[in-house]
Ligand binder design. Sequence first.
Ligand SMILES: Cc1cc2nc3c(=O)[nH]c(=O)nc-3n(C[C@H](O)[C@H](O)[C@H](O)COP(=O)(O)OP(=O)(O)OC[C@H]3O[C@@H](n4cnc5c(N)ncnc54)[C@H](O)[C@@H]3O)c2cc1C
Length: 299
Amino acid sequence: MYDAIVIGAGPAGLQAALTLGRMHRPTLLLDSGEYRNGTVRHMHNVVANDGTPPAEFRATAREQLAEYSVVEIRDVGAQTVTRSDGGFVVQLADGETAETRHVILATGVADDLPAIPGLQELWGTKAFSCPFCDGHEHAGRSIGILGPAPRAEHLIGLLGRIVADITVFPVDQPFTDDEVRTLDALGVRVSAEPVLSVAPQDDDVRITTATGAHTVAGVFVASGTMRHRAPFADQLGLQMLPSGSIEIDDFGRTSMPGVFAAGDLAHRASLPGPMASVLLAAAAGQLAAVGVIQSLTAG
Ligand SMILES: Cc1cc2nc3c(=O)[nH]c(=O)nc-3n(C[C@H](O)[C@H](O)[C@H](O)COP(=O)(O)OP(=O)(O)OC[C@H]3O[C@@H](n4cnc5c(N)ncnc54)[C@H](O)[C@@H]3O)c2cc1C
């Protein structure tokens, strides 16, 4: 019986396991090897790690966790989490089961991109969604933003002062006349035709429409959506928020006693959505671990 099973070993789960290890709490950390920033070469806006490859960040975290003998790491997926007497049973993909008093869900989310040929291949290297993470690297250069218009406006507001110029491309359908007027007023170029495909071209990206090709340094996607990487919130019937994330309190507690959540898949009701960042995921992991320790030491 572990004190905690942490499902997920991105920044949230790695930090949760570190905090539990330092408090000598028997912990199992599970990792199926599917990271949100798995294709990213350099992460940014992470103090003391600005530009560090995410894979290096995870490897260093694991090396440091090896100092804590109470933390066991297994590179295996979890399939189900069910309640049992005094805790939870986690069914693993290798056929084994593990029992625990507490679970921390840190399985993150996956990005569903619009079905534009070539976009998936560029994701994380030349195609992005987060101006805080990847805007500065395009300073003084040309970028493309792939619609829809309202979310493109938001990206223009954040990126406009960083990059040299912006061309906004509709996805699927041309922009309406009203949308074109609004985008024009923001001082960006607006493509009349939807994007047909994107492809690498030397160090740039070639965006193809029905009548031509445009070369930009990178593209920002305004139309992606997120989905939970793992099914545990549904399996356990956890309280969800309008954003689609798991509702947690300040210490990562979900609506089910003993189940905590941290990282991109959860946030407090006071926030409009998950604040997707490496540091905030790690901070949430630490808070969830503290929540587990509070539960273990209470009464
Ligand atoms: C293109 C891109 C670029 C980004 N760049 C930056 C950046 O520069 N700076 C920044 O701060 N943030 C960046 N982010 C955001 C950042 O990657 C996330 O906020 C962060 O990774 C969230 O951490 P997490 O621990 O919640 O989830 P993740 O890092 O996604 O980790 C999820 C973990 O859960 C595991 N898992 C999933 N399902 C299972 C299962 N069933 N069983 C076992 N394990 C499972 C996975 O293997 C993984 O270990 C970027 C995101 C994207 C998409």
